[in-house]
Design a protein around this ligand. Structure first.
Ligand SMILES: [Ca+2]
Ligand SMILES: [Ca+2]
Length: 76
């Protein structure tokens, strides 16, 4: 299986390779969409240093959902 054919490997590579910052892309697939909203809902609540805490305030909440909505679409 090639690395490009495996979405989990692609996500891992995207985390390792330096790409333009796209903090609202929680699952690091370079698209800000419903999958990122669902990841935020999954991590809802106090969360120190987790990816879903987009504004880095120690909580995953509605502000992070708004951050996703504000960055909706493909990452730069
Ligand atoms: Ca994403
Ligand atoms: Ca937050």
């Amino acid at each position: 299986m090639s690395a490009q054919g495996n979405p989990n490997v692609s996500i891992l590579l995207n985390r390792l390779i330096q790409l333009p910052p796209c903090p609202a892309d929680v699952n690091r697939d370079r698209v800000v969409n419903t999958a990122d909203i669902l990841a935020i809902l999954d991590a809802w609540g106090l969360c120190d240093g987790c990816l879903e805490d987009i504004d880095d305030d120690g909580k995953v909440n509605i502000d992070d959902v708004f951050a996703v909505l504000g960055a909706w679409g493909p990452c730069p």
